[in-house]
Ligand binder design. Structure first.
Ligand SMILES: Nc1nc2c(ncn2[C@@H]2O[C@H](COP(=O)(O)OP(=O)(O)OP(=O)(O)O)[C@@H](O)[C@H]2O)c(=O)[nH]1
Length: 304
């Protein structure tokens, strides 16, 4: 009988820390690890963040693996198994993926892989500031084999226990580990292989979020861009990408009003914005982004 390759699913809401966990994981392994990344936006950012770092990478962009991209997912699995036959595969889902449908597909439809475990990353700061849980987040908690309560550095210590209780009410079996930047013993992520009842998903997954992207070869004015970022919420929940300022290119990450920059080698500016009903805000945002470019160009002219 053919051995089925174990898959570990890394899931959790937008910006909770899935790529951060993967980056640690890839730093901790001695040989390349097989990773499938599914991103919500058309332009894959996370794949670029981890590309080349000890990874055999397949990217599925522009849709959700739990609904529209299952065919592509199967093809990616098969190609990996046929070419490198990995010991295990890690799948990073989009922040809006519902694991139940994916579990059904893996266990019942994909004959060459089996589910090892579901690691759900919960953003402690997000849980505190947005206490009403959406359907997708609930499912991500309920289906978890391991729950990481991440970003504990952003939340007062006294708030952590109530958050853990909230998670436990939805999932009595998964251990909850408090983490900062997803620092966790990597052995906890693998070899879970819990028996679970697999039921066909009942619903059609409705995506709650829209996204659009912006690319540019021009240098941005950092101060203007920071003002732009400061006014992104509440239309935008998540933004990410690469941005060129006068002193170099940075990885930009924005989650629910908090953002940071990290120096990162990349060619040009490319940014993805994700939020609810973004269509209304999009034109204004594009104009404000262009204004950041113009300001930088004028600075360059001034300087010469
Ligand atoms: N303060 C703080 N920031 C964190 C922590 N973990 C992750 N971050 C930051 O949160 C932002 C989003 O992290 P990612 O790992 O990209 O999140 P993600 O879940 O992969 O995001 P999507 O794939 O877009 O859903 C980045 O700026 C991270 O540096 C943490 O424990 N504390």
């Amino acid at each position: 009988m053919q051995v089925r390759t174990p898959i570990t699913i890394i899931t959790g809401p937008l910006g909770s820390g899935k790529t951060t966990l993967l980056r640690h994981l890839l730093n901790s392994v001695s040989k390349p690890m097989a990773v499938v990344m599914n991103e919500f936006g058309e332009i894959p950012i996370d794949g670029t963040v981890i590309a080349g770092k000890n990874v055999l990478l397949k990217e599925l962009a522009g849709g959700c693996v739990c609904c529209s991209l299952i065919g592509e997912f199967e093809a990616a699995m098969n190609e990996m198994i046929d070419t490198v036959d990995p010991e295990k595969i890690v799948l990073e889902t989009t922040g809006v993926a519902e694991p139940e449908a994916l579990v059904f597909d893996i266990e019942e439809r994909l004959s060459r892989v089996r589910l090892d475990g579901i690691v759900s990353i919960m953003d402690a700061d997000g849980l505190l500031n947005f206490p009403s849980l959406g359907h997708t987040t609930r499912m991500q908690i309920e289906s978890a084999d391991l729950l990481l309560l991440n970003k504990v550095d952003l939340v007062p210590e006294r708030e952590l226990h109530p958050l853990e209780e909230k998670l436990q009410q939805l999932n009595q079996t998964a251990p909850i580990v408090r983490t900062q930047f997803c620092h966790v013993d990597m052995d906890l992520l693998f070899g879970i292989a819990r028996e679970r009842t697999v039921e066909p998903p009942h619903h059609v997954h409705q995506l709650e979020f829209d996204s659009f992207s912006y690319s540019s070869a021009v240098i941005f004015d950092r101060e203007k861009f920071e003002q732009f970022a400061a006014n992104l919420a509440p239309d935008v929940y998540r933004a990410k990408g690469f941005i060129r300022f006068t002193d170099g290119i940075y990885l930009f990450n924005f989650v629910a009003g908090r953002w940071n920059f990290e120096p990162f080698a990349h060619k040009d500016t490319v940014l993805v914005f994700i939020g609810r009903q973004l269509a209304n805000a999009k034109e204004l945002m594009l104009n404000r982004l262009r204004a950041c470019e113009e300001a930088a160009t004028l600075h360059k002219v001034d300087a010469s």
